[in-house]
Design a protein around this ligand. Structure first.
Ligand SMILES: Cc1cc2nc3c(=O)[nH]c(=O)nc-3n(C[C@H](O)[C@H](O)[C@H](O)COP(=O)(O)OP(=O)(O)OC[C@H]3O[C@@H](n4cnc5c(N)ncnc54)[C@H](O)[C@@H]3O)c2cc1C
Length: 389
């Protein structure tokens, strides 16, 4: 590795601890979970117990009060080790909506238990089947009835809902047509899934090309105490957007970890595999794609660390978070493709972990936001080009 590379230099102790933790969860563990589409509960419990999922919670609420820079180091190492943070990464950042916009009473009630892991707050309910990325067209509606909201509607692709005690849910509280702006009239509710399940909430798992515990949710007059409204009624869209920056930066760090995993594995295989009497890595046709992957991942990593630093300073970072996610997801996908190619037929064998990670890293060009929507943001918000929608 280049001695001037910043590869692995930030938070070295944290990275080292995460690496050692991940050694307990080798490829065979993930292969079995993937085959059965089973939740990696043991991995999640271990990360929770070691305090890695509560680094963003301030010390006064029981977390370690570190910044997003530390959180990106954790998730990058998880992914570089061949593990997957998708089962639990949201426990790190979903609480940000509560932390930034919740009342002091709500924070005191929930955050210490989220920090200890006693409460799992890792479901984030935004996407709906008919609205897609056009979030202002969500239809899930919460009607006020005495001390409760009564929620009806549907969400799709809500990950980890079966493994979460609480969910941050975006609903409409005023119909879009009655609002001055389309982004007005939406609110955020903190839903206690344990009370709601079977009482108006139905969860239906969706089987996907990767093991991601994602689901469809149906709300049929689900009652949520009005005390669980986060912030001000009608201002929810803004609260959700601010949480999405953290999400995008953290997902980008997972892509960096994936990219480094693929480059590590691709180079190791290229050195070891001998064909035509020499290591395949001797051929420039094999070397150059791996070298290009390294260049791209290294460049994307700089963008991720820049976005995380802006976030930690409290500076605006929406465009940087988006750009980091775009570059990192494309760099990891290129690295995945080249790693697979380097492995020849063996790349397709389950036991090498390449095909599994290949499927896993592809998600990030679509979720949590697709590449086109990022390009549209950059074109209109950064470059000032006319809006297309
Ligand atoms: C495994 C998985 C887990 C997920 N987890 C969650 C979760 O926990 N919580 C949650 O709320 N959501 C979750 N999502 C949803 C995810 O955020 C969305 O799938 C994603 O944002 C894309 O939205 P969509 O699927 O509705 O696509 P659409 O909005 O229908 O878009 C389809 C395609 O058209 C393109 N497109 C749409 N409009 C335009 C335009 N104007 N210009 C150019 N291109 C356009 C998009 O880029 C995309 O490629 C998850 C999705 C998956 C697959």
């Amino acid at each position: 590795m280049d001695e001037n590379s910043d590869d692995g230099e930030s938070f070295p102790e944290i990275r080292d601890s995460v690496r050692r933790l991940c050694e307990q969860f080798p490829g065979t563990y993930w292969q079995a979970k993937d085959r059965d589409r089973a939740y990696p509960a043991e991995f999640v419990q271990t990360l929770t117990r070691e305090g890695f999922l509560s680094v963003l919670i301030p010390e006064e609420y029981g977390g370690s009060g570190l910044g997003l820079g530390a959180a990106t180091a954790i998730l990058e190492e998880v992914h570089r080790s061949g593990c997957n943070g998708g089962a639990c990464h949201a426990q790190m950042y979903v609480m940000g909506t509560l932390l930034k916009h919740g009342s002091e009473a709500q924070k005191r009630k929930y955050l210490p238990e989220v920090a200890s892991g006693a409460l799992r707050l890792q479901a984030f309910g935004v996407t709906e089947p008919t609205s897609g990325t056009d979030t202002t067209r969500i239809r899930t509606f919460a009607r006020r009835d005495g001390d409760d909201y009564v929620v009806s509607g549907q969400k799709i692709w809500i990950s980890r809902a079966e493994y979460s005690d609480l969910m941050v849910l975006l609903v409409r509280t005023t119909p879009r047509e009655q609002c001055a702006k389309p982004s007005d009239g939406m609110s955020v509710l903190l839903v206690d899934m344990r009370e709601a399940l079977g009482n108006g909430l139905t969860i239906r798992p969706i089987r996907t090309m990767l093991n991601h515990a994602t689901t469809e949710l149906f709300f049929d007059d689900m009652r949520v105490p009005a005390a669980n409204l986060i912030g001000v009624e009608g201002a929810g869209f803004r609260y959700i957007l601010s949480g999405m920056n953290a999400e995008r930066i953290l997902i980008a760090s997972e892509c960096i970890g994936d990219g480094r995993f693929f480059i590590d594995r691709g180079c190791a295989y290229a050195r070891d595999r001998s064909v035509f009497g020499r290591a395949i890595g001797t051929n420039q046709g094999v070397q150059f794609p791996l070298a290009r992957a390294h260049v791209q991942v290294t460049a994307a990593a700089l963008m991720v660390s820049n976005a995380a630093a802006l976030f930690d300073r409290g500076a605006p970072c929406g465009s940087e978070a988006n750009m980091a996610k775009l570059l990192a997801s494309e760099a990891s996908w290129y690295a995945a493709d080249q790693c697979l190619q380097t492995h020849g037929g063996f790349g397709f064998a389950e036991e090498y972990d390449i095909e599994r990670k290949f499927r896993e890293t592809r998600l990030y060009q679509t979720a949590p936001i697709s590449t086109n929507l990022i390009l549209s943001h950059v074109a209109t918000h950064v470059l000032g080009l006319p809006k297309s929608f």
